[in-house]
Design a protein around this ligand. Structure first.
Ligand code: AMP
Ligand code: ZN
Length: 460
């Protein structure tokens, strides 16, 4: 048996993973705040959690994965100040907060599908779990962890001695050098809102009754409430981007452990950020891209997945269009090789072991991809065995390596159009898909939709 080694942010070490319950693993993945289009950086987070899930399954664990949808309470500043992102999003596009949440949740789900991310077992919304959140706040209050200010109920972080351990915050609870705006009523700079009151005289679009008055939950409490509701008081694994370490996840631990007096999470796993052309993604730089934007530029979304797999999840990664096009070339070359190989083969054991060692080394996907190319170039492995072996690896990669590339025979221009039409179909943009088909036909080709993808035939 090959140990599955995972890096845990809390202890800062890579160690062998064993679940709490034999054979069963619960994974909680912090989901998106659905007030805007998820960008390719956000999607890195979910490709990472998907690879994690697939690696766990490859190791024969029975996985339950929970992803939440943050549809209330995430304020424009992580320090409990500013407006609710949902209300800002609503104003921007002239819809209600509820419509905004629905709209962007559907887009998020569509992007998951386009990236071949397996559907999570549970997808839960913060607004569907207000009761659980109120109960948790109530318990925290009874245990003496809370206090009231003019705008809400706050968690008193000085009551939780281990506060900040995950992020190695210093004694005052501050990151060295960090400047934190402190509301005058907060007892400690790191205290955070559990429940916010609706501002006096203003009716919010999203608000609920509570023992403390009408209002809405703070952002962090939703994850503690939903994670424990679906996965129990101690989770095997909790994931998210590195930006969640100092505030969101630090606060989740404080809330959950204060109530249960048990360790909240066995393994904290965080993906590093994706940069675009060396810069942080931001509106002002105009470098925020979505999966739709990739498709508009003739990219198969799985080429982006391939690109991500070429770096380890814990290293910052720089996105460039050039690198993406290189990834697409490699992916298409691999798929067409697979199509050339025929016959019933068996998995090559030596290659499989190498692959397994790579993915079990804290999800070393670049090393696992290198094994694929070794198999492709090997002179000792038969073509049929190569195919069987690589298809097995694809259970983890999720790159649709068995996908038909028969259209390779058609000129590049036609292939590009077919690819484009496929993407429009995935995006349910039927009109644009039809236009692409018409253009393909005008150029003398017929396209048919077979079960394993589109088939091209030259018109007679
Ligand atoms: P949000 O919708 O802001 O809550 O973010 C959704 C997920 O994306 C979280 O796990 C974030 O940590 C993660 N994330 C945000 N920006 C990036 C980025 N540039 N690269 C990778 N992950 C990111
Ligand atoms: Zn969360």
């Amino acid at each position: 048996m090959i140990d599955l080694l995972l890096y845990d942010t809390y202890t800062r070490e890579k160690r062998a993973f064993t679940p709490l319950q034999k054979g069963k693993v619960g994974v909680y993945t912090c989901g998106p705040t659905v007030y805007d289009y998820p960008h390719i950086g956000n999607m890195r987070s979910y490709v990472f959690s998907d690879i994690l899930r697939r690696v766990l399954e490859y190791n024969k664990f029975d996985v339950t994965q929970v992803i939440n949808i943050t549809d209330v309470g995430h304020l424009t500043s992580d320090q409990d100040e500013g407006e609710d992102k949902m209300e800002v999003g609503a104003r921007k596009i002239g819809k209600s907060s509820w419509e905004v949440a629905k709209f962007f949740t559907e887009i998020f789900q569509r992007y998951l599908e386009m990236l071949n991310i397996l559907p999570s077992h549970i997808l839960c919304r913060a607004t569907d779990h207000i009761k659980e959140q109120i109960e948790l706040i109530n318990t925290l209050e009874v245990l003496g962890y809370t206090y009231k200010t003019s705008d809400g109920i706050y968690y008193n972080t000085s009551k939780f001695p281990e506060y900040g351990e995950l992020a190695r915050l210093d004694e005052k609870g501050l990151r060295p050098g960090a400047r934190v705006a402190v509301s005058e009523e907060k007892k400690n700079p790191t205290d955070f809102a559990l429940w916010k009151f609706s501002p006096g005289g203003i009716k919010r679009q999203m608000e609920w009754e509570s023992p403390w008055g009408i209002g809405f939950p703070g952002w962090h409490i939703e994850c503690s409430a939903m994670a424990m509701r679906y996965l129990g008081e101690t989770l095997d694994i909790h994931t998210g981007g590195t930006d969640h370490i100092p505030v969101h996840h630090t606060n989740e631990i404080a809330q959950s452990e204060a109530v249960t007096k048990k360790q909240f999470v066995q393994f904290w796993m965080h993906n590093a950020h994706l940069l675009v052309e060396g810069e942080k993604m931001s509106k002002s730089l105009g470098n925020i891209f979505t999966i739709d934007n990739l498709v508009e530029r003739n990219t198969d979304p799985l080429s982006f997945r391939y690109l991500l797999l070429g770096a380890r999840y814990r290293t910052e990664m720089n996105f460039t269009w050039e690198a993406l096009s290189g990834a697409q070339e490699a992916l298409f070359a691999l798929r067409s090789r697979m199509q050339e190989w025929t016959g019933e083969g068996v998995v090559n054991e030596e290659a499989e072991e190498k692959f397994h060692m790579a993915i079990n080394d804290d999800l070393n996907t670049p090393a696992a991809l290198a094994v694929v190319w070794e198999v492709v170039h090997s002179s000792n492995i038969s073509e049929a065995d190569k195919k069987a072996t690589i298809l097995m690896f694809d259970q983890v990669f999720g790159l649709n390596l068995g996908k038909s590339q028969e259209r390779e025979d058609a000129p590049q221009e036609i292939q590009d159009l077919v690819e484009l039409r496929e993407q429009y179909r995935i995006a349910k943009e039927w009109q644009k898909a039809d236009q692409a088909r018409e253009q393909i036909e005008k150029l003398g080709w017929d396209v048919q939709d077979a079960q394993d993808g589109p088939r091209l035939t030259k018109k007679k």
